[in-house]
Structure formats: C-alpha cells, structure tokens
Design a protein around this ligand. Structure first.
Ligand SMILES: *Cc1c(COP(=O)(O)O)cnc(C)c1O
Length: 342
C-alpha cells in the first residue's frame, strides 16, 4: 500500500504510487482519504489511524479497509456498514512491542471471539506496526510471531485471513534482503517511496531517488555578523537556552522560512558551504561564509527535507507546492517529482 499522508494525498503523487505498482493507497486522515476518493483514483483505500468512534460513518464511506484495535469501534463499523450495505474490511492490529496501537497478543483470542460473528465489518487481516513509538525493529522473530498469531486467529475465526500487514518502511530492509517470511502479504510504505530511504537506518534504497522533494526558501537578509550573540543570554523564542560556537565574523543569511513551515532540523542544504544555525517561527538563520558562489537578497536556497520536514511543509498553509516535470528541472539534471517553495 502506498502511504500518501506525507503529501496530504496529493493526487499526482497518489497516482504515481499506483503507476509504480502499489496495490492500494493508505492514509491516516479521513480528509486525505476523501481527497483520494474525490480525485477519482479507483483503488482500495485503507485508513491507517485506528478510527474514532465518533467518525465511523465517514470511515465506512471513505475507506474499504481500516486498521483497528478496539472492539467497540469495530462493532460500530459493523452497524454502519450494515445500514449502508457496504462491507468494510477490518485489519486487527496486534502490538508486538512498539507500544503504539494494537491488541496485546495475550488478548487476541478474546477480542476475536467478540467480533467473530460480525458480518459487515469482518476481520480480513492482522497487522503490526514497528519503529513508530517505541522504535521497536521488525526483526525476523517478530515476523514469525505475526505469522503464528495469524494461524491462531484463523483457528478461532474458522476461516482464512487473507491479509497480513507487516509494517511500514522500516520493514522494507527485509524485503530488500529477501528475508521477509512467506505469508506476509502487505507493507504500508510512505517514506520509502517518497524519500527513497528505508526508515530504520535512513539508508538509500537502491534504484530510488533521494531528492524527489526540495524545499526552496528566499533570502531576505544577508549580512556579516559575529557568531556569538551580544548581551546577556536568556531563553530563545521557543524556551530553549541557545548554544553558540565562536567562529568570528561570519556571513549570514536569513531565509523566509521557519518553524511554521518546516522542521528546520530536518533540512539538508543542497549547496555545500551552507550551515543551518537555527530558526524561529518565520526566520531561518544560516551561515553562508563558505558558500562558493555569489548570493544576493532575493535569491533562493534549496534543501532536501527528511520525512518530518516534508510532512510539516506539506501541511503548512504557508507553503505552496509546485510540481516540476523531469524535463524542466535541468539545473540539477536529476529527476524531481515535486518541490515546495515558500
Ligand atoms: C504512517 C504509517 C505508515 C507508513 O509509515 P512509513 O514509515 O512512512 O512507511 C504505516 N503504517 C501506519 C499505521 C502509519 O501510521
């Protein structure tokens, strides 16, 4: 499943995921699933965040499948499904130690018995999540555990469970090393597709691009200033005590981008000789002393975002998205699917 939440389900990117071979699209937000539905992409839609009891009607309307962990919610989904005459597939999450969503394995049997009789919101899969809250890695023994829980669940339900949803981009390294055990049928991949990195060690995935998204910001001030603030030091705009290194007089630029637009710590300058010094809500201060090209007020600088920075940029109302075709992007002579400009 191609996970579209990193781009608020931007239709062009969702379509590219399907063209690239994803069997369906998944998102954590109902708003994004609606965007996919109204965009006319005909494919299976999966809701990633366990549904709110207060929103089950929309879940049935917008998603074919959802990840679940609460009996009350699954029963409510079943009622709505029945009244709408629209079946809904439940992927029951088991918590294999990451301590985010999921039924604890000891409780799987009793949960299944409670929902076994439901006809409209039926359990069609078992799933697990890794490396999200607890940073727990999807190791081979966790995968085997998932497989054995599936067998146990099939016995209790007395029917086969077609989907075994084995995690997110952090499980990709298994797939690439061909260590994924037979029987796991689904991965839910966002970062791996969008940024070309498996997410546990952030290593590039062979044959993918790491620069499909570029954050572009404009220089609004360019001056030589000392590298240490002058005066008594208190807390910065975000309540932290800032640290400084004395590097003498430096050429500094301010960019029109800040914490309302991105996660500054998640940006990697595309130019050598650019160092990010810090950022407040609307300003990012960078050191450009070592940049070996001329820079003027009004020029733009580009950065590669990590997943957190991409997510922040896409969801910020202050950032506009520009999709750049392969041909137009001659500058770096690399494939650029989309970029974000301030
Ligand atoms: C976001 C999310 C994913 C995708 O994670 P990536 O690391 O981007 O691949 C998968 N599963 C769930 C439940 C998610 O919330």
């Amino acid at each position: 499943m191609g996970v579209t939440k990193g781009l608020m389900a931007l239709p062009e990117v969702a379509l590219a995921m399907l063209q690239g071979g994803a069997k369906g699209l998944a998102d954590s937000r109902l708003e994004n699933l609606r965007r996919l539905k109204e965009g006319g992409l005909r494919t299976t839609r999966l809701l990633l965040r366990v549904p709110r009891l207060s929103r089950v009607t929309e879940v049935v309307e917008l998603a074919d499948l959802s990840l679940n962990s609460e009996v009350a919610v699954i029963k409510a989904l079943d009622q709505v499904s029945q009244s709408r005459k629209r079946k809904h597939g439940v992927i029951l999450m088991v918590d294999l130690g990451d301590l985010r969503e999921g039924v604890w394995p000891d409780d799987l049997g009793s949960v299944l018995k409670e929902i076994k009789q439901l006809r409209w919101a039926q359990v069609v899969g078992l799933g697990a999540n890794f490396a999200c809250y607890g940073g727990v890695l999807p190791t081979p023994d966790k995968m085997e555990r998932l497989l054995s829980l599936k067998k146990e669940a099939e016995k209790i339900l007395d029917r086969p469970i077609p989907i075994l949803s084995a995690g997110n981009s952090s499980s990709l390294s298994f797939l690439l090393r061909r260590q994924i055990p037979f029987g796991l049928t689904q991965l839910r991949v966002g970062e791996g597709i969008l940024l070309g990195r498996e997410s546990t060690r952030r290593e590039p995935i062979p044959s993918t691009f790491q620069d499909a998204f570029v954050v572009v910001a404009e220089v609004i001030e360019l001056k030589r200033k000392p590298s240490i603030p002058v005066g008594e030091i208190g807390l910065d705009a975000f309540g932290r005590t800032p640290q400084f290194e004395d590097r003498g007089l430096r050429k500094r630029a301010i960019l029109a981008i800040g914490r309302q637009d991105v996660v500054p710590e998640g940006l990697l300058p595309l130019d050598r000789g650019v160092r990010i010094l810090g950022a407040s809500s609307d300003h990012m201060v960078i050191d450009v002393t070592d940049l070996n090209r001329s820079l003027a007020v009004g020029d733009e600088l580009s950065f590669l975002p990590n997943y957190a920075a991409l997510l922040a940029a896409v969801t910020s109302p202050y950032v506009s998205e520009v999709i750049v075709g392969e041909k137009e992007e001659g500058r770096r002579n690399q494939k650029v699917a989309a970029s974000f400009t301030m």
